[in-house]
Design a protein around this ligand. Structure first.
Ligand code: NCD
Ligand code: ZN
Length: 321
């Protein structure tokens, strides 16, 4: 049996209404807490919306702590002072780069005043780091932006989200204030899983999956680096939207069984990646929750509501109790 202490998903999309009700039980079963993304329509970018969204999550779960985020815009100091206690971070989406990011940031310079306030109030910045260049180069091209932000705001904690190329992970040792999350899919899949055989729209996500070499490097980093945290980026879309091209992989149901196989007995590294690194790096203090996995065959669900999960129908060696 594997016993995990207080697993935390550092990057999660829950949506609202029916989808939230359908998907949240899977995260609640496997995690003590999760950092919940704000890219709803309209976005979570004011006190009222933040309060109501948190309430909806709490009403639909138990033994689970939502760590809330705000969608980046030009907030005033008063607004942030009012909401600072209620949020884990503010999420920066470059405008138009991913799902519901049309009203994201058009020019990073414009949000410099907000970043100054965040630095002062000790509010971390979560970043979707992609340029608008060629799809496979977008994360590497964003490296200079991460470096500039890290230099210009040395006390601001910056999380490079869902890193798919190791080039970015090398920055962790160069800049004290940079951190990273890695998803299940960037850790275990490659672009071949999307377009290498029969086209698989269910594995289409932003940032796009990369090469076997990128995956191999990320796997090595994840087993050893204290600044890398698990963030699933589980992003449910109804199947009809996926077939129209929506980006996002709904990985929540299979996370711990898949990671248990990946870590293959190295429980110490598993525990650090799934919880301790996040708790240490960001002083996250949530109620303790033990999550147990037993070595027993388990088959991933084929459908969850109208959503097809990652590895639907696949057999795993571990089952979450
Ligand atoms: C996410 C979504 O659907 O909200 N999609 C994705 O491909 N990862 C948004 C995001 O995190 O980019
Ligand atoms: Zn995301």
């Amino acid at each position: 049996m594997i016993i995990l202490d207080t697993p935390i998903d550092m990057h999660l999309h829950l949506r609202e209404g029916k989808i939230l009700k359908d998907v949240l039980p899977y995260t609640q079963k496997q995690f003590a807490a999760a950092v919940v993304m704000p890219n709803l329509n309209p976005p979570v970018d004011n006190k009222e919306r933040l309060k109501n969204y948190k309430q909806e999550i709490i009403e639909n779960s138990k033994d689970f702590t939502p760590l809330m985020t705000l969608f980046m815009r030009e907030y005033s100091e008063d607004e942030l002072l009012e909401m600072a206690e209620e949020i884990f971070s503010i999420k920066l989406y470059p405008a138009g780069i991913t799902t519901n990011s049309e009203n994201g940031v058009k020019s990073i310079e414009k949000i410099y005043p907000v970043l100054e306030i965040m630095e002062e109030l000790d509010i971390p910045l979560s970043v979707h780091g992609e340029s608008d260049g060629f799809v496979l180069d977008r994360e590497r091209e964003f490296k200079v932006v991460y470096e500039k932000l890290a230099r210009d705001f040395p006390k601001l904690k910056i999380i490079m989200e869902h890193v798919g190329v190791a080039d970015l992970l090398y920055l962790l040792d160069e800049y004290e204030n940079l951190y990273a999350t890695v998803t299940l899919h960037h850790l275990l899949l490659t672009l071949d899983d999307v377009v290498g055989g029969v086209l698989n729209p269910h594995y289409f996500c932003k940032p796009i999956l990369k090469t076997p070499k990128d995956r191999e490097e990320i796997q090595k980093f994840v087993k050893k680096h204290p600044k890398i945290m698990f963030g699933s980026d589980s992003a449910p879309h109804p199947i009809k939207n996926k077939l129209k091209g929506a980006a996002g992989i709904f990985s929540a149901p299979v996370i711990l069984p898949a990671l248990a196989e990946f870590f293959d007995g190295d429980i110490e590294s598993f525990q650090k990646f799934i919880s301790n690194n996040a708790r240490k790096n960001f002083n996250i203090d949530v109620p303790k929750k033990e999550v147990k996995l037993v070595e027993e065959e388990w088959i991933a669900p084929y459908m969850v509501g109208d959503i097809k999960p990652m590895w639907a129908g696949k057999k795993f060696k571990f089952k979450v109790l």
